[in-house]
Design a protein around this ligand. Structure first.
Ligand code: NAG
Length: 276
């Protein structure tokens, strides 16, 4: 069912394909090298990077029919790829950057992975189907299928009061404590501690597939047709690059863009002094 919903959002007009022969792509008037990190993955999703180890975590689909997901990782320094041991059906990931722990939302609660131990263990919320998870000081999560939004703090589940009447699909908090979230209507920004959501853009169809922040806490997101950033002064969005069939988005620990499409994960590295 989750995959079905993801697929629905991917019925998209195929824009111009990125020519693989060209070895760069132009973003913000700078040439960026196209560094393919891994191919032959089925819709890698929920990309997150642990900045201390520069390891990328993500989930991907194991087959086209059922909701069976695997959580994998790629060491961005060595390009080593493997699956995480100890967790099944992880669909959404987030990182506690201070403690270097990865929280993985599955169809049966939250698992926690410690890089040093190289194993995931059950953490909390057995029986809960997690749709989206986000960590900043505490764990925020929405559940499937109703997308109601909660916090998990010291063993207590509490509906998150700022967003208690809202469904939440994707969620991040930026460097100025502004929360960005999406639902079936579109993308919203809302200062933490208030309940006044500002509509940044309506997306009745083909909405936001992933919301993230870069290493400076600035908000970026992807839709099927490329990568965007937000303009808080104007409460609007700006596209920074056209890409084809983007699924998810993250930044590595030196602020390179990492994105996935339906079959691969790519890093975009700016080439110094190469204007375009
Ligand atoms: C999305 O969130 C906004 C702001 O809270 C709300 O007004 C809107 O009704 C929500 N849309 C859906 C479909 O839940």
């Amino acid at each position: 069912m989750k995959l079905f919903i993801l697929l629905l959002t991917s019925i998209a007009i195929r824009g111009e394909e990125i020519k693989v022969e060209t070895d760069f792509i132009c973003i913000g008037n700078v040439e960026h090298e196209i560094d393919v990190l891994k191919t032959d993955l089925d819709r890698p999703y929920s990309l997150v990077v642990d900045y201390s180890t520069n390891v990328l975590y993500f989930s991907y689909s194991l087959n086209n029919i059922d909701d069976v997901f695997k959580t994998g990782f790629i060491n961005l320094n060595t390009k080593e790829f493997d699956d995480l041991e100890g967790v099944e059906n992880g669909f959404t990931q987030t990182i506690d950057q201070n403690k270097h722990q990865v929280y993985i939302g599955t169809n049966d609660g939250i698992y926690r992975y410690e890089h040093a131990k190289k194993a995931a263990e059950f953490y909390a919320l057995s029986g809960t189907d997690i749709w989206h998870i986000y960590y900043k000081d505490v764990i925020y999560y929405s559940i499937f299928p109703n997308q109601f939004f909660y916090t998990y703090i010291n063993g207590d589940v509490v509906k998150f009061k700022d967003l208690q009447d809202t469904k939440v699909d994707q969620f991040v908090i930026d460097n100025e404590d502004v929360m960005f979230f999406t639902n079936a209507t579109g993308l919203y920004g809302q200062r933490k501690g208030t309940d006044a959501a500002k509509l940044y853009n309506e997306y009745a169809t083909d909405g936001v597939r992933a919301l993230t922040t870069d290493i400076n806490g600035n908000v970026f997101f992807c839709r099927f047709d490329g990568i965007y950033t937000v303009d808080k002064a104007m409460a609007s969005v700006n596209k920074i690059v056209d890409l084809s069939d983007v699924y998810s988005l993250a930044f590595d620990n030196v602020n390179n863009i990492i994105y996935s499409d339906e079959s691969k994960i790519v890093r975009l590295k700016p080439k110094k002094d190469k204007a375009c």
